[in-house]
Design a protein around this ligand. Structure first.
Ligand code: SER
Length: 341
């Protein structure tokens, strides 16, 4: 008998750290993971199995299904927006082909065991694209269907994969004579910039906020690559994990959409610096904008409308900006560096 499991891809990444903690406590499903890099010890000991490899490698996925019966997939593996601009073809391969492989796997698994396979997909504010800062400022909060004109490879990949997920759930092989329900239950969350106290992002463009805070805690100078006025929505990592868990648990009949915005607080880079200085008064934070990266930030919304998530499945962040800094970021970051991690 194959074991019923939940699968996490990219488990070593920032979201993976918190999500593994939550999922490993479940008694209905064991937890298995794939990551390109060897698993961090605090993750590995919580897994039933961890495979080091590439989601683009179909033989790796075949090995997985020969041993495990997959009921839920948390597909976190991706190349983030800045890194993807340096290797767009590789980003497309990982972000799109990897997702396609996993959607196919979800479909095949549902056919085998006869139950739906939940497919949780972190999408992003990168799925949006404003032409310039003035348009962004004029528009304010965006709904899921506005300004879907991403300017980055990563944003294009995320937006397309949202559509692929919808296709696999509702329209897969729509012309086949033997067409049956696919069993894929795809759910995507468009996250704002996520800020973790215990890990550093790598290769993103919203990274200036976490980089600023972590540099201050380490006592290192930081030159921010956007100017004071650049604005993005952000969320503390525990809320990011909570959003995924709550969304996965939501009754399918309550979900009027497959893709939902979620957010917590919007701030300018200058406001974030000022807040960091309250706790780290000696922090040396300067602004030295890098125009191409700053333009990516200007193409992303300053705020998103997450009313549908609030109405349909009860989304509400635990951490507004004040709580995020006072009760999560500052104490946890201090603890993290005092421990010398
Ligand atoms: N944080 C991501 C990035 O900056 C956006 O989803 O690429």
């Amino acid at each position: 008998m194959r074991k019923p499991v939940a699968l996490i891809t990219g488990a070593n990444g920032e979201i993976g750290h918190g999500l593994v903690d939550h999922l490993c406590g479940r008694d209905d499903l064991d937890l298995i993971a794939i990551d390109l890099n060897p698993f961090a010890p605090e993750i590995e000991h919580r897994l039933t199995a961890g495979l080091v490899g590439d989601i683009v490698d179909v033989s790796l996925l075949e090995r997985l299904v020969s041993e495990y019966e997959i009921h839920e997939i948390y597909h976190l593996a991706a190349l983030l927006s800045t890194r993807a601009e340096y290797t767009p073809a590789r980003a497309h391969q990982v972000n799109v082909e990897g997702t396609l492989n996993l959607l196919q796997l979800a479909h095949d698994q549902a056919q085998w065991h006869g139950n739906p396979v939940k497919f949780l997909f972190p999408s992003s504010i990168a799925a949006y694209g404003f032409p310039d800062r003035a348009t962004k400022a004029k528009h304010g909060r965006v709904s899921e269907i506005e300004y879907n004109f991403p300017t980055t490879m990563y944003g294009c990949n995320k937006l397309y994969c949202e559509h692929l997920g919808r296709y696999f759930t509702s329209h897969y092989r729509q012309l086949a004579a033997d067409r049956t329900s696919t069993g894929v239950d795809f759910r995507a969350l468009r996250f704002p910039g996520l800020i973790s106290a215990i890990s550093m992002p790598s290769g993103g463009t919203s990274d200036y906020a976490p980089e600023m805070i972590h540099a201050a805690a380490r006592g290192e100078p930081y030159a921010c690559f956007v100017d004071h006025e650049a604005t993005l929505p952000f969320m503390a990592m525990p809320d990011g994990v909570k959003a995924l868990i709550d969304f996965a648990a939501a009754d399918a009949s309550r979900l009027a959409q497959r893709v939902y915005n979620v957010t917590s607080f919007s701030r300018t880079a200058g406001e974030i610096r000022d807040r960091v200085l309250e706790d780290f008064p000696n922090a040396d934070i300067t602004f030295s904008p890098d125009p191409p990266r700053a333009a990516i930030v200007d193409s992303w919304p300053a705020d998103v409308d997450d009313t549908p998530a609030r109405n349909d499945w009860g989304w509400s962040p635990d951490y507004d900006a004040a709580r995020a800094f006072d009760e999560y970021l500052v104490p946890k970051i201090r603890e993290f560096y005092e421990r010398g991690d």
